[in-house]
Design a protein around this ligand. Sequence first.
Ligand SMILES: NC(=O)c1ccc[n+]([C@@H]2O[C@H](COP(=O)([O-])OP(=O)(O)OC[C@H]3O[C@@H](n4cnc5c(N)ncnc54)[C@H](OP(=O)(O)O)[C@@H]3O)[C@@H](O)[C@H]2O)c1
Length: 324
Amino acid sequence: MPRKKDAPAAPKAGAPAIGTVPLKVGGKPHPELGLGLWSLGRWERDDETRTRATADHALSRGVRWFDTAEVYGTGRSERLLGDVLARGNVAPKELFVTTKVSWEHLRAAQVRAAVVGSLQKLARTSVDLILVHAPDRRVPIAETMGALEALWKEGKMGAIGVSNFSVEQLAEARAALHETDIVVNQVVYNLFDREDGDGVSEYCRKNGIVVEAYTPLMRGILAGRYLDGTPPSPEVRRFAHDLMDPNRYRTIVAAAREIRQVATEAKVPMASIALHWLRRRGAAVLFGASRPEQVDEILEAWGHRPSDAVLDRAEAIAQGATRA
Ligand SMILES: NC(=O)c1ccc[n+]([C@@H]2O[C@H](COP(=O)([O-])OP(=O)(O)OC[C@H]3O[C@@H](n4cnc5c(N)ncnc54)[C@H](OP(=O)(O)O)[C@@H]3O)[C@@H](O)[C@H]2O)c1
């Protein structure tokens, strides 16, 4: 019997192993796959139960890296994650919790207030990683980094990272730190959106910085979503406006259908191509999900590693589409 659309998925045994990569600061290894809590439910009150069920389910299936931010749901995401983790049966040392300081709070005093506020909402005295969500050209990077380094010395975070930073901005941030270093740069990265990820990968690899790839499924398209012609909902269009440019959207959906065919021939779930292509490029993968069964599908996909030849074919299709 088909499961009711919003019913929580039954826990399944045998979740695939999620490996880790070492971090040069903080002492905890960084999981290679994690769940982001940005779009979960889009923060409509009606969706909160489903959101909680999704995060709970991910925890029960072995996901340990959870990513949130002070801006997600203006604090509701951090509160919900804090609650899910507090009720869950997983020791803090097993978890890898990340949050972000908003690009609107990068002055020194604002950074401190933001970090203290985030920890309160998460109901923790420290998190594993705090990122600068995005740079703000009006605020010197050194000012923000100075404030974060002071908080790091107080033990409020295991390590400092950034998000949406270019190589130049990364170098500036690192130069402003005295006793620690940037460990992570979180950027948009998927088969169709490569500019930011490719742009920073080499610098990050040389300097021991982990590239965290967000929007790895291109809002679900790389997991087969919308390929039957169903249009994205208005709220998805609102949040993913770049992707929804009508010309780009048509080209990408056509290429994604070809990638789906490659996956079918290789007998792997389509999402495994998206996830393992990023893994092959050395990125840690931060996916989104708004239902427990999507978490199961992504974990299932993570458990299938397509051959290099399959990943090469998918990459060629995506490159053809993005050059068109
Ligand atoms: N640093 C930044 O500036 C930044 C920016 C964006 C995101 N992020 C982080 O990265 C995380 C992931 O980003 P994202 O949500 O854009 O990533 P994504 O993984 O590309 O997209 C997630 C969406 O894909 C759909 N999906 C998931 N599994 C599916 C499946 N098995 N089959 C079909 N569709 C599926 C769901 O859409 P529906 O919910 O519509 O069903 C889900 O919400 C965020 O939560 C956030 O933590 C960071």
